[in-house]
Design a protein around this ligand. Structure first.
Ligand SMILES: [Zn+2]
Length: 407
């Protein structure tokens, strides 16, 4: 229970951070609690809400219009409602029910009753389950205008440029392939929401000729091998991927095969089972991520004396050049698998790729911002600016979750 509560209390802290105008994007003023005029109306937010082994994604347009893609399982409904309220959402402009499976539409009847939307998009798919009946009853009661989600249909939400890429066929054997797949474009950035679309649908999207390239990919079907074919990843060529998945779920999602594919394609992966709720914020030029776990104000971590093997320290953080230099003070190699680097002001977390090692006496640079691709012997965090130039402590955390160095 504590965990479930925490899952939704922690995101509240995003609000004050988001309202601060997003410290991750170059700021010269310290975070405040009010949304600045510059930021108001200029940022798109995508919240990949941690609802365990299920999907629930909130998109907030720069003009405040809102879109909810799926609503988690039935039990998640009240929590999703609380999350929306905590984000200051007063009404939902549109809801997309990607396909009639419980882990996507289960919580939507509750959400529909609390936030009757203006529009509901869904594919031409039905199910005989009680969950689906409850969902349809709630849609009808809400008075929302109903739209059929299918390839080439445009999203009719002011402030959001969105188009459906799937479904393409009239009928599928597998319900997952009816998934409404939406691409939202914002300036130079774009987000692809795939529901549980499997390879059958991916092949159709590749053939259909719509541009499926996107900066951020919501990985299909919780990271199952049924989706995310190599050809699809290649065509989407995302920089970031988000996997919506439950801790220790019964399905073995996400599969190592898909994680390997993403790693080989140099895609930075965020997972709701590891990071909790994940919020992507974009100004149209770049995308910045924040995650609810390891929050600055929810510190589960206490500094501990460096352990024998933890001889790695942050030797410097160049806030304006966005370069963090790590030094291994010992003469033995240290494996950084499972280690994290945290920017405490923005609460952004960099997870070292598994297999990263630092030889004795060696240094390692973690770069972000415009320098992200400046060198070959560096680890790239993100193209976004992470460090607040006004001062931003960094912490290095080992695989056991202990802070081994702060700067
Ligand atoms: Zn699903």
């Amino acid at each position: 229970m504590l965990f479930r509560l925490r899952r939704f209390i922690v995101p509240l802290m995003f609000l004050s951070f988001l309202l601060s105008g997003c410290g991750a994007i170059e700021k010269t003023t310290p975070p405040t609690t009010a949304l600045t005029q510059t930021d108001k109306g200029s940022l798109l937010q995508v919240h990949y809400i941690d609802v365990g082994q299920a999907d629930c994604i909130l998109v907030i347009a720069p003009n405040g219009q809102t879109l909810l893609i799926d609503g988690g399982n039935g039990d998640d409904g009240p929590e999703v409602v609380r999350y929306l309220k905590a984000q200051g959402v007063k009404e939902l402009t549109a809801i997309i029910a990607t396909h009639p499976h419980e882990d996507h539409i289960g919580g939507l009847d509750t959400v529909l009753r609390s936030f009757p939307p203006k529009q509901v998009y869904m594919p031409n798919a039905t199910s005989t389950t009680r969950t689906f009946e409850d969902f349809i009853t709630a849609v009808n009661a809400s008075g929302a205008k109903k739209f059929r989600a299918k390839a080439e249909v445009k999203l009719d939400v002011p402030g959001l440029v969105g188009v459906f890429l799937a479904p393409i066929s009239e009928q599928y054997e597998e319900l997952n392939n009816y998934s409404a797949v939406l691409k939202i474009s914002f300036g130079k950035m774009s987000f692809l929401f795939t529901g549980d679309a499997e390879s059958v649908s991916e092949v159709e999207m590749l053939k259909n000729g719509q541009v499926i390239e996107a900066t951020v990919l919501k990985v299909g079907h919780h990271g199952s091998t049924s989706s995310t074919t190599s050809a699809f990843i290649k065509a989407v060529s995302p920089k970031f991927a988000v996997i919506t998945v439950g801790v220790d779920n019964d399905y073995g999602h996400p599969t190592q095969e898909i994680l390997n594919k993403l790693e080989n394609s140099r895609v930075q992966v965020y997972r709701t089972d590891h990071e909790g709720t994940i919020v992507a914020t974009s100004d149209g030029e770049k995308v910045t991520f924040m995650t609810s776990k390891l929050s600055a104000t929810d510190k589960p971590l206490k500094p501990v004396p460096a352990l024998a093997g933890d001889s790695v320290m942050i030797s410097s953080i160049d806030l304006s050049a966005e370069v963090v230099t790590l030094l291994n003070r010992s003469d033995t190699v240290v494996n950084l698998t499972g280690w994290k680097l945290v920017s405490e002001v923005g609460n952004q977390i960099f997870s070292f790729p598994s297999g990263t090692t630092l030889p004795g006496g060696g240094i390692l640079k973690v770069v972000s911002g415009t320098n992200a691709h400046a060198g070959t012997d560096v680890l790239v965090w993100t193209d976004s600016n992470i460090w607040n130039n006004q001062g931003d402590p960094g912490a290095l955390i080992n695989a056991e979750g202990q802070i081994v160095s702060q700067k």
